[in-house]
Structures are given as C-alpha cells and as structure tokens.
Design a protein around this ligand. Structure first.
Ligand code: BTN
Length: 327
C-alpha cells in the first residue's frame, strides 16, 4: 500500500469518528481508535484545520469537531455515509458537462453499483423533458449508478425514489414544508427546489445500468435560477453546508433503494404519499402526444406510473408528463 492511501485512510477514519460523535473526545482515546500516536494525531488535526475543519479544544474534556469545510472531498464525503451500496465509489469534479453523462459514459469495467459522481457545477446540466438544469456553483449536482435489473418502463419509480430521498433528507435536517409533485419535482413553498432525472444505458452484455441524477438548489442565488425555482439559501437567508445535505440524501437513497430491492414498493409508496401534493387532486397532465384531465387516484406500485380517473370514468396510467393541479 502506498503512503498516500494510508494517510487518506487514517484521515477518513478520524473524520468518520469525529463526525459521528457529537461529544468531546479524549485525545488519547481517539489516537488509539485511529491507530496513531498522540503526536501523529496532533499533526493530522493541524492538517485538517488547514483544510477548513474547525475544532473546539477543552483543557480537560479533550476536543470536538465544531464544523466541517464546505468543500467537496472524498474522505469527508465518505465519512458521513452509513451505506453498503450507495457511495461505494465516489468521484468528485470541479466542473463537468453533466454528472449523468459522466456515469452513462463510464467504462464498463468501472460500472460498479452505487458509484456516485458529484460536481461543483455543470455546464450542460439536463432536466426532464429536454429542459436545461441551471447548475451554477453552490448547488448539489450528483448522479448514482445502479444495476437494478429493470425494464425501461419501470424507470419512473427511480424518479420517485430520488425525490423521496431528497424530500426526506431535507425534511429531517430542517423540518421545513417539503412536498413532491409527481414524478420528480421536490417543492418548497410551491417552488422547485430539486429535480431527478433517471436514464438508462445498455452495456455490451445486454444488461442495463441506470443513472439517477439529482439536482438540488442549495446555496444558489435565485437570480441564477429559473423564475419558478427556490434555493435553501433563499429560504433560510443563510449559507447551508452542501456536504451535510449530500450525506443525508445518499443515506436516504440507500434506504429507499433497499426497499425496492426487497420488493417493498408499498413502503416506498407510503413514503411518497407523505410528501405528495397531487394525490386526490384534479389535474391536467401533458404527455409527449396528449393532454389528459382527471382525478389522481394512485401510483402504480410496479413502475411508479400515475393512475388517474378520467372524467369519462375510465382509469388511465401515465408514465411521464408535466402535471398541473387544477383548482
Ligand atoms: C428535472 O427536474 O428536470 C430533473 C433535473 C435533474 C438535474 C440533475 S443535476 C445532476 C444530474 N445531471 C444532470 O445533467 N441532470 C441531473
């Protein structure tokens, strides 16, 4: 093993320990836990301070992590994940065209389930229905590679899983009124806070990989976003640490993905209902070729499709489209 990866592992181990522990820690005990001498621990703490970590030192109680830097880096990213699958491999970029494209074009030998690509900004961020996704610095732009054995029709359920993960994450961090507009819009005060774009690539052995891309407006000024969008910074009138939000989203994603893998789609639907704005509403939905109006009665458990009762009394399932709630 080379020295660099050894150092990174110790850094990761220490950060993980400090991030998980909200109390003061005795230096001697911490040094033992991460297999370092006290001097080596002091050196590592100084290096971390130079990277933007802030510690609080107490003459008797030891020390405590006060705040983490707001700069994406792999050891820190991994330290807050409790996952077996999501985040198994992480790539971090300063700027890319689109994180979905990075994973859709990754070489087949690197198609590891749970791989995550994160970037500080995108210059060709893509949204659903052929739209652009504004991606200036300050937002979260990440994609997750999955190998779920699905057919193409079931892709919508992954938009739901993505949206539930974001809604759950933000709700549990900040307890603010988050809602989901089917299939993938995460709304705050009725404005778009986040979106999900799932795409499929077929590999040479004919299996599919699925890439779920998530964009969240966190520390972005609203003049950099479309009119109908909102950011957490605008809502709270202060900066929000991106990493804390990414941790929570990826941990929630693993939870929902496990429900999917264990065929507990009913539970996913229950989680979705908690945030749904359109269940039981009269809506207009514009698909690629048609426009329908009707009452939203349910979501299909298999593919995430929206089931609406048309005015004629017939039920119709729709897999993709733009929804408007009719008052
Ligand atoms: C939408 O609501 O229209 C979907 C937006 C999805 C945006 C994310 S940002 C990360 C990933 N990369 C992209 O180009 N798009 C998705």
């Amino acid at each position: 093993m080379n020295l660099k990866s050894q150092e990174t592992r110790e850094e990761e181990k220490l950060i993980r320990l400090l991030v998980k522990n909200e109390q003061f820690e005795n230096k001697k005990i911490v040094a033992q836990k991460v297999n370092l001498s006290i001097n080596e621990l002091d050196l590592l703490l100084r290096q971390l301070q130079n990277k933007g970590y802030k510690f609080c030192f107490h003459p008797h109680l030891g020390f405590q992590l006060e705040s983490i830097p707001d700069k994406l880096n792999i050891p820190l990213m991994k330290a807050g994940l409790d996952n077996k699958i999501i985040g198994r491999k992480i790539y971090i970029f300063k700027s890319v065209s689109s994180t979905n494209d990075i994973l859709l074009n990754i070489s087949e030998s690197k198609c590891i389930e749970g791989t995550v690509a994160i970037t500080e900004r995108q210059n060709q961020g893509r949204g659903r229905l052929g739209k652009n996704w504004a991606s200036p610095v300050g937002g979260i732009y990440l994609s997750i590679l999955l190998k779920p054995h699905i057919d193409f029709k079931r892709i919508t359920i992954f938009n739901l899983i993505g949206a539930i993960s974001v809604a759950n994450a933000i709700n549990s961090l900040y307890e603010i009124p988050i809602s989901i507009k089917w299939p993938n819009d995460v709304l705050l005060q009725g404005k778009k806070l986040a979106g999900v774009l799932s795409e499929i690539r077929t590999l040479s052995d004919n299996t599919n990989i699925l890439v779920v891309g998530i964009g969240i407006n966190v520390c972005v000024d609203t003049d950099q976003l479309p009119q109908e969008a909102i950011s957490l910074k605008e809502y709270f009138k202060k900066r929000i640490n991106l990493i804390t939000v990414i941790w929570k989203v990826l941990n929630c994603f693993e939870h929902e993905y496990n429900l999917y893998k264990n065929e507990k789609a009913g539970q996913i639907l229950k989680n979705w209902r908690q945030f749904s704005t359109i269940l039981g509403q009269q809506i207009r939905i514009t698909t690629e070729n048609e426009i329908f109006e009707g009452y939203v009665s349910n979501i299909d458990l298999i593919d995430g499709g929206l089931i609406i009762r048309l005015d004629s009394g017939l039920e119709k399932k729709i897999l993709s489209g733009y929804v408007e709630i009719l008052k």
